[in-house]
Ligand binder design. Structure first.
Ligand SMILES: Nc1ncnc2c1ncn2[C@@H]1O[C@H](COP(=O)(O)OP(=O)(O)OP(=O)(O)O)[C@@H](O)[C@H]1O
Length: 636
């Protein structure tokens, strides 16, 4: 068995191995190509941002040159000092012009003018940095917005099969976590990257222009600093991911304990739950402490590295000046300023690299998802056909690919326009599958489904679904008002009259009106919690409000009592007068005179006929009927 220490050692080794795998990082970056279209969309903002970053850095590197010049001037004033030679090549064009202007002033005035100039440069930098954030960071927010919309609209396109194979947490993560990680790339990472490339280039060019030898010596520790920071950053990142994960376990654990408090108490499991919580809490504590230790080392070691570079500059530069009195001291001051200036960009290399790495991993996940094409799509020749005529299932077979379960086998059914059909069968016999195939949540593997002779594949999916009112088995209400939940399927806002009429048909109107806010009552999280039966009836009302020619009710009366069930069936009898309806159920509804009753078993029809015919057949239906009648008598 691997011990705790070995595991820890393994994790550390792994972190080091991962962190130095630069090739992998570079390869991973190809996934980020997908966001280039957004950079193009916001190109003017982006170009302006790059310009502001470069200009701000240019102003920043002017300050050491001016400071160096002032120090040299001071050196010249020391007793016995020789004038310091200024080579035009040594300075930036703007600095040369500035030196030409101030050189004739007396020393006092020169110092004041140079100080004010340095102050003005700092102010200008501040303004430019403001614009830099206003352009690049704002651009990243726009991209984040566009990308969230892109992901969301793709979710809407994908079909039922996709949702069965992906869990909600994973889907939510792509919308939130992955998109915000990509934003860290399109915003801060890109900004820091342009910043560090431009600042390092400007500083290094200036340093080499002045003293190649000294430059090589003082710059030597910086790459070591960059790599060290990158490695430590990766370790910190991995540790903080782990701490985050443990924290989320802890929160879920606590949340479940609160929600399931009645079960915990009734099963007297408080102690066990506490033990479980303590174990989670201990794991979190250990990892959080370990993260704090690495973070504690991080900043002091960074400061040490920078201090070392400054020390080398002063030491080597000072010795050079001692050996060669011609050398100017201003150069040493200038180099110390450059080194301090380089600290931030060099230390940012690590965090920029890990931000890009994380963004690439997130974008890879997003790309995989965005490239998933919905299986159910409109055929090129599909038309918006009105749903008229008989519904025919002709020799239909269907297997769920994810489980390999054959839900329908050579299923044949003909529902004449305006007929009411009862689809009955044991659980798992394939009833819901019939409804889902009719709505084209899936396509049949074999056989065909036609409405009025037109195959479903020749109709536009959206129009097909618009013309079918479907009450699914799992009731789902949105966190919105009851009225909005009922009117959900309508293109325009439903009139109060229509809402009430549908609710009356679904036998829920009276109960809604008894609520304090009536149809304006919020459902869900912070609203009123409706009972299972009430929710079912609200979802029936939602289907009825659409007034479609075809209705499919999937086991939607399972949570209502027998009296309400009869009331709804009677109402439906009136409502469904001209319409085609398929009612899926486990129970027999005697109140409604069905044109056909179909009994399914393991995906095939075992009985078919009217209520009377099936009673005479004396099979599954007749037995279920007798059982139900005797139960009802027993209850009465
Ligand atoms: N999304 C799915 N993925 C894989 N298998 C599924 C899926 N939905 C249903 N099945 C399987 O297909 C078979 C038929 O399921 P279906 O939901 O059509 O039955 P049902 O008669 O409506 O059952 P119930 O009355 O319990 O709702 C079952 O064995 C079920 O396990």
């Amino acid at each position: 068995m691997v011990g705790e220490k070995d595991k820890c050692r393994y994790n550390q080794d792994q972190a080091w191995a991962d962190s130095i795998n630069f090739v992998q990082i570079v390869l991973a970056l190809k996934h980020l190509k997908a966001v280039n279209k957004y950079f193009w969309k916001y190109r003017y903002r982006f170009i302006a941002g790059i310009f502001f970053v470069i200009l701000s850095n240019y102003f920043q590197v002017l300050a050491p040159e001016i400071t160096g010049y002032v120090v040299n001037k001071l050196q010249e004033m020391l007793p016995g000092a020789k004038p310091v030679a200024h080579s035009v090549r040594e300075h930036d064009g703007l600095v040369n012009w500035f030196i030409g202007w101030v050189n004739t002033m007396n020393f006092g005035k020169l110092v004041v003018v140079c100080s004010v100039t340095i102050l003005l440069l700092a102010l200008a930098r501040g303004v430019l940095m403001f614009f830099m954030r206003q352009t690049i960071i704002v651009m990243s927010r726009h991209i984040e917005y566009d990308q969230k919309n892109e992901v969301y609209s793709h979710y809407q396109k994908l079909d039922a099969g996709f949702y069965k194979t992906h869990n909600t947490g994973d889907l939510m993560n792509r919308m939130t976590e992955d998109v915000s990680r990509v934003r860290m790339y399109t915003g801060p990472a890109i900004m820091y990257l342009i910043n560090l490339v431009s600042l390092i280039s400007l500083c290094v060019v200036n340093m080499f222009r002045k003293d190649v030898h000294l430059s090589l010596i003082v710059l030597a520790p910086l790459p070591i600093l960059a790599v060290t920071i990158y490695i430590v950053n990766t370790v910190i990142h991995k540790k903080s991911e782990k701490v985050q994960g443990l924290l989320s376990d802890l929160t879920t654990n606590a949340q479940e304990s609160y929600s399931g408090i009645r079960v915990i108490k009734s099963f007297v499991q408080e102690k066990a739950m506490l033990g479980f919580f303590s174990a989670n809490s201990e794991a979190y504590r250990k990892n959080a402490v370990s993260l704090a230790k690495v973070e504690a080392v991080y900043f002091p070691s960074m400061t040490l590295m920078i201090g070392l570079s400054t020390l080398i500059t002063v030491l080597v530069g000072g010795q050079m000046a001692l050996r060669d009195p011609e050398r100017n001291i201003g150069l040493i001051v200038e180099f110390v300023m450059y080194i301090n200036m380089l600290t931030f960009p060099v230390s940012a290399i690590g965090s920029v690299a890990s931000m890009m790495q994380r963004a690439a991993a997130s974008q890879k996940r997003l790309n995989e998802f965005l490239q998933t094409e919905p299986v159910i799509q409109d055929a090129p020749a599909a038309t918006a056909t009105p749903l008229k005529g008989d519904i025919v299932f002709n020799n239909v077979s269907f297997t769920y690919t994810n489980t390999g379960i054959k839900a329908l086998r050579h299923f044949n059914l003909e529902v004449k326009e305006g007929q009411k059909v009862l689809l009955l069968g044991k659980t798992g016999s394939g009833k819901t599958t019939v409804a889902q195939l009719l709505l084209r949540f899936y396509d049949a593997d074999e056989g065909s489904i036609t409405v009025g002779g037109v195959p479903l594949q020749k109709m536009k999916v959206q129009q097909l679904r618009e013309q079918i009112s479907y009450v699914p088995q799992d009731v789902f209400l949105f966190s919105d008002t009851i009225g909005n939940n009922i009117g959900f399927g309508l293109q325009e806002a439903a009139s109060q009259e229509l809402l009430e009429q549908s609710a009356r048909y679904a036998s829920v109107d009276n109960e809604i009106k008894r609520l304090e806010k009536g149809y304006e009552t919020m459902v869900g999280e912070r609203g009123v919690t409706l009972s299972g039966g009430q929710k079912q009836r609200v979802s029936i009302a939602r289907a009825l409000v659409k007034d479609s020619p075809v209705l499919v009710f999937d086991d939607c009366l399972s949570a209502v009592d027998a009296r309400t069930e009869n009331e709804i069936i009677n109402n439906l009898y009136r409502f469904l007068h001209q319409k085609t309806a398929i009612l899926i159920t486990h129970r027999i509804f005697t109140a409604l005179n069905f044109d056909q009753v179909i009994v399914l078993e393991e995906g095939t029809i075992i009985e078919k006929g009217t209520h009377e015919e099936l009673l005479l057949l004396n099979g599954y239906y007749a037995e279920l009927y007798r059982l139900q009648v005797s139960n009802e008598r027993g209850e009465a």
